[in-house]
Design a binder for this molecule. Structure first.
Ligand code: URP
Ligand code: ZN
Ligand code: ZN
Length: 470
């Protein structure tokens, strides 16, 4: 017997760079040895026929947030992180939410408190920056960034959150000075407002009009504006939840000019479309998120972005608002107008299997790019690499063991979140993460959670890695 706590034997190890057969020896929660052949450890897992991947890093998800549009998240840190772990993830990065003029420090402390005793895997926390108040940028944010909150999201839409151009420049300049990464939600608020007023006035209020109120042009314009502002301030940015091919083209344009502009897309833009929003009655609300899913032929553009490295990150943007609930999508009645419906779709557990099946399984992505998009690049960009996001001696033993041949029909009843639906109900996927290991501890075995609430730890992020993601 070897002196490893756990040995994962006989699997095919995949990182963003390599694919090779190896045994992995784990000691004290970290990867101690990677070798052709290891003797059994105190515990040994037979991974013959399985793929051994870095645990997924879901770097954009929402849980236990204060009410948004009056509506609470259905998932807290327990159900949210458990569902993530069952979907092959070992790190999550949700947001400490504040609105304009609200102080950040108490919100961050309250959010840390919500995770304590609940999270089953490790978590970092992004901040939200809803204004460019001098005290916020000069006094409040720099110490928080020093303490490991090195990324924050800004909005070009949503009342109470939207930043004007000058405010954006001030925020970007601060981020540059402090070495933080700015995540941008890019949709043009004025256009959305104008369109919403006209749609509502003419009685076009069903969920399908959510897409008409937030057209690709509004996303494209705001994306380009964010890029121009970042160029002027000389700060890196990451455009989050990019839905439209034409918004992605702005990112590609910026990258071709050598700007440090990164992109993220999400399952809802690859596997859902505006046809889902147009399902009969209020059903379309299950697919409402901002920006909205686009026409089906837009999906091919996003696949190109994933394949060619225009997108570095693929995250869930899990935003759990229940459907059949007066504290969810139906907060304003059984059939409210689209602009009264909280936007967001769940997907923290299905993110990886969907991309594996439709990406790797259908030959659109190779395994190494799958790992880069789902774990390595996020770990690099948010400053937790190589502790997270790869398989390397000295790194945390965060692994997902995948059965590439297991076929699963997605049923919400089998998922572990606290939602009441999955937008992917009935979809058949091939490839499933059967075992998840977090810091050397099996947290999901044979697709069933086996972990204690509260074992997850807070991750203080370093300054984002200046190395370009792979
Ligand atoms: O519709 C979405 N994306 N809801 C979550 C909040 C956000 O903007 O990421
Ligand atoms: Zn957003
Ligand atoms: Zn989000």
């Amino acid at each position: 017997m070897s002196d490893h706590d756990l040995v994962v034997r006989g699997g095919t190890v995949v990182t963003a760079a390599d694919t090779f057969r190896a045994d992995i020896g784990i000691r004290g929660g970290r990867i101690a040895t990677i070798a052709d052949s290891l003797a059994a450890g105190r515990e040994t897992i037979d991974a013959d026929g399985l793929l051994v991947l870095p645990g997924g890093v879901d770097s954009h998800c929402h849980m236990d947030q204060p009410p948004f549009m009056g509506v609470e998240s259905a998932d807290d840190f327990l159900s949210g992180s458990l569902s993530a772990a069952c979907g092959g993830n070992t790190t999550i990065m949700p947001f400490a939410m504040v609105l304009r003029d609200e102080p950040l420090r108490p919100a961050v402390e309250a959010y840390r408190e919500k995770a304590r005793g609940k999270a089953v895997i490790d978590y970092a926390i992004h901040l939200i920056v809803p204004d460019a108040d001098a005290g916020r940028l000069g006094q409040e944010l720099p110490p928080l960034i020093d303490e490991g909150y090195t990324s924050f999201k800004v909005f070009l839409t949503y009342e109470g959150l939207v930043l004007e151009d000058r405010e954006m420049l001030d925020v970007l300049a601060m981020a540059r000075r402090e070495g933080a990464l700015v995540m941008v939600h890019a949709e043009n608020e004025h256009c959305i407002h104008w369109l919403t007023e006209r749609l509502v006035a003419s009685g076009r209020t069903s969920p399908e009009f959510h897409a008409a109120a937030r057209p690709a042009a509004a996303e494209r314009e705001a994306t380009h504006r964010a890029i121009a502002l970042a160029e002027i301030a000389d700060a890196p940015i990451l455009l989050v939840h990019v839905s439209a091919g034409e918004a992605m083209e702005q990112i590609e344009w910026a990258q071709d000019r050598g700007l440090r502009v990164y992109g993220e897309t999400c399952p809802q833009y690859l596997f859902l479309s505006d046809a889902d929003l147009a399902r009969p009655g209020f059903e379309g609300a299950k697919y409402m998120c901002s920006p909205p899913p686009r026409a089906a032929d837009n999906q091919e553009a996003l696949w190109r972005g994933l394949r060619q490295g225009i997108f570095q990150v693929y995250s869930s943007d899990h935003a759990p608002y229940r459907f059949e609930s007066d504290r969810g999508k139906k907060h304003h009645g059984d059939n409210p107008p689209f602009h009264k419906v909280p936007p967001g779709v769940p997907g923290i557990e299905t993110r990886l299997p969907l991309l594996f099946s439709e990406g790797v399984g259908k030959g659109r992505l190779n395994l190494n790019r799958f790992v880069a998009l789902t774990a390595t690049n996020a770990a690099r960009l948010y400053g937790v690499y190589p502790r997270k996001g790869t398989i390397a001696v000295g790194g945390d033993a965060d692994l997902a063991l995948w059965d590439p041949g297991r076929t699963v029909t997605i049923r919400h009843a089998d998922l572990h979140d606290n939602m009441d639906y999955s937008p992917y109900e009935g979809m058949e996927v091939t490839g499933w993460p059967v075992t998840t290991i977090s810091r050397g501890e099996v947290v999901v075995r044979e697709a069933e959670p086996v972990c204690e609430p509260g074992r997850g730890r807070f991750l203080a992020c370093g300054r984002p890695d200046s190395a370009r993601p792979v």
